[in-house]
Write a protein that binds this ligand. Structure first.
Ligand SMILES: Nc1ncnc2c1ncn2[C@@H]1O[C@H](COP(=O)(O)OP(=O)(O)O)[C@@H](O)[C@H]1O
Ligand SMILES: [Mg+2]
Length: 175
């Protein structure tokens, strides 16, 4: 797997602040006798506002690395520091709070709640962190609007694509 820091896209702020640091990340899957070493010594630093593309062949471990970086999976070695907090040292509840506040994921497959409307799905991360319902709905409406979502659909069932992007940015995450 190779890393590719985009020359033009990676914008550095005047004073660079590291929001994400991955150090010596290893991941080995063990299924019975089968041992798959997916990540051996993966590491990078990402500053606020910077764009990083992780490029690699299918099966090379991109999703595995992203899940580990996002606190959705645990590495078998190394550590992830997100906004100065080492994920492995947090309790599940604390890790959940950090994910709620600091991370937005645009998933390859949509993980939206089908029983809620697009508006409610986008507002969900804000409601979870205690934003008053009125403010959360206003912000969700503005984000869906910015994502090009027709007002006609906002109260309908969640539609993938635009709703996923709006959902990922709904809580104004650092990443
Ligand atoms: N839960 C799992 N158990 C065992 N092997 C896995 C598991 N998840 C992924 N793998 C293996 O890890 C490797 C990397 O997978 P993945 O991270 O999905 O790659 P990519 O996203 O780059 O296509 C693949 O060989 C895959 O079969
Ligand atoms: Mg993948």
């Amino acid at each position: 797997m190779s890393e590719n820091r985009e020359a033009g896209g990676g914008r550095r702020e005047a004073q660079s602040v590291v929001v994400l640091r991955a150090r010596n990340i290893a991941k080995t899957y063990q299924e019975g006798k089968l041992r798959t070493e997916v990540l051996l010594d993966a590491g990078f630093e990402l500053n606020r506002g910077e764009t990083l593309a992780i490029v690699g062949a299918s099966g090379s471990g991109k999703s595995t690395l992203l899940h580990i970086v996002g606190g959705l999976d645990t590495p078998t070695g190394g550590e992830i520091e997100l906004e100065g907090r080492v994920l492995s040292k947090l309790s599940d509840a604390e890790r959940g709070r950090v994910r709620n506040r600091s991370l937005g994921f645009v998933y390859q497959f949509h993980h939206l709640l089908p029983e809620f409307s697009a508006l409610e799905n986008v507002a969900m991360p804000l409601l979870i962190r205690g934003t008053p319902i009125h403010d959360a709905r206003d912000r969700a409406r503005a984000l869906l609007d910015r994502a090009g979502y027709s007002p006609v659909f906002i109260h309908n069932d969640a539609v993938p694509g635009m709703a996923r992007r709006a959902h990922a940015t709904g809580a104004g995450p650092a990443l």
